[in-house]
Design a protein. Structure first.
Length: 393
């Protein structure tokens, strides 16, 4: 979402930063942008040169005594470098690791100077607010969350991409009215909000309005506005495993529970998805999640358990089905699937031809059989059967 703002309207961010610099008496601004976003970097460089040529940026802005310069810092893609103290360390050329606060950046930040750190979207909103007035901005939104929010819509939604909606709109309105509903008109199951550290909100709570307080109450977070839509084919245990795999890999390793606790949680989730879950695994995940959350120094560790805790809270029965019945209700976790050929099989040999392990036997025009000891649950036979004669359970 932020990359798109930088690529499509870099001047709005520069102008927002100049106004912020003027307001707090700063002369130097930095934009921390991933090196993996070359188009954003290219366009920011062009915009900076254009703004400097017009005297909107640099020395003596608009012929006044106010000067403000902007430098780009290309980050090497570490998630933890989004955390403010790690971000400043990275700009200073140090290893991008969070540090204890206080001191907070506002008192002692970059190069030990007072520093204001804001998101790209926040700065991009500033020129509009200054031009149109704060009343116009706050006429949209709720009591404590004003204006609009941009979401990067992804997953099983008909119209994905970026949408800008007023704060206070419901999840249901964003998914169905703005984005056209669920792909293939499948059943809406949940949304995951707030990126890898966010949480899952179930379809039952689709009337929840989007503002900072309401989203936080569900256990998710607004974050920078990632919104992944999930349908009935999404396994919520696998979703938790997927996001935790990311945060665990991105942990900087400074705090023991963030470094080791997330690793142990990932191991438990992986074994549940592999059909090797044990009684007590859910409670173990909850205990580890609480320890990771409460003993981590920065937001990465504090929020890493969110996807696990919210999926346990709203989809506990899916965890139980994996652990106790060795079944994946969404038919997603391959080791837990059983493929069987029904009597409606017309004996066309299609499934036998595509099976990579030669697990299917049968004569032409006779019902085929799967040898379960050879089946690797790849699903190729199910896809190949033209008469829907292969059941998945
Ligand atoms: C692990 C971690 C990653 C973060 N990544 C980003 C990021 O990619 N972009 C961003 O704007 N803020 C990110 N943040 C939040 C920033 O540290 C900071 O709080 C935010 O940019 C403040 O801006 P705002 O008050 O204008 O929203 C991250 C925080 C944490 C803990
Ligand atoms: S919580 Fe995790 S990412 Fe944050 S400082 Fe500790 S180890 Fe590093
Ligand atoms: S799921 Fe894959 S391995 Fe199993 S019978 Fe079908 S094609 Fe063969």
């Amino acid at each position: 979402m932020d990359r798109s703002v930088l690529e499509s309207d870099p001047h709005s961010v520069l102008e927002g930063m100049v106004i912020a610099g003027f307001a707090i008496g700063a002369g130097q601004g930095y934009i921390y942008v991933r090196a993996e976003y070359p188009k954003a970097i290219e366009r920011l460089n062009i915009a900076i040169a254009q703004a400097e040529a017009k005297k909107f940026l640099g020395d003596g802005i608009w012929g006044t005594s106010f000067s403000f310069h902007v430098k780009l810092k290309e980050g090497a893609g570490a998630f933890v470098c989004g955390e403010e103290t790690a971000l400043m360390a990275s700009i200073e050329g140090k290893r991008g690791m969070p540090r204890v606060r206080p001191p907070f950046p506002a008192t002692k930040g970059l190069w030990e100077c007072p520093t204001s750190i804001n998101n790209v979207e926040t700065f991009a909103n500033v020129p509009w607010i200054v031009t149109n007035g704060s009343r116009a901005f706050s006429s949209l939104g709720t009591a404590n969350s004003k204006g609009t929010k941009v979401f990067a819509m992804a997953g099983k939604v008909k119209r994905g991409g970026l949408v800008e909606v007023p704060m206070g709109i419901s999840i249901k309105e964003v998914v169905f009215d703005v984005c056209g509903g669920i792909k293939g008109d499948r059943k809406f199951k949940a949304v995951q909000m707030g990126g890898p550290s966010g949480g899952c909100i179930p379809a039952e709570l689709q009337n929840t309005i989007i503002d900072y307080e309401s989203i936080t109450k569900t256990g998710a977070i607004m974050g920078s506005g990632g919104l992944v839509v999930m349908d009935e084919t999404t396994c919520m245990v696998d979703v938790a495993r997927f996001f935790l795999e990311f945060t665990q890999r991105e942990s900087c390793g400074k705090c023991t529970f963030c470094r080791v606790g997330t690793k142990r949680m990932l191991e438990v989730l992986t074994r549940i998805c592999d059909g090797e879950g044990k009684d007590g695994d859910i409670e173990l995940l909850e205990q580890l999640a609480s320890l990771v959350r409460n003993t981590s120094l920065c937001g990465l560790g504090q929020s890493a358990p969110n996807p696990v805790l919210t999926t346990i809270k709203y989809f506990r029965s899916e965890y139980e089905a994996h652990i106790t019945n060795k079944k994946c209700p969404a038919h997603n976790c391959k080791p837990l699937l059983t493929y069987t050929i029904l009597d409606s099989c017309i004996g066309c040999l299609m499934c036998a031809k595509v099976c990579p392990t030669k697990a299917i036997t049968g004569e032409l025009k006779k019902v085929h059989v799967i040898d379960q000891t050879k089946c690797t649950h790849c699903g190729e036979c199910h896809k190949a059967c033209r008469v829907d004669a292969i059941a998945v359970d």
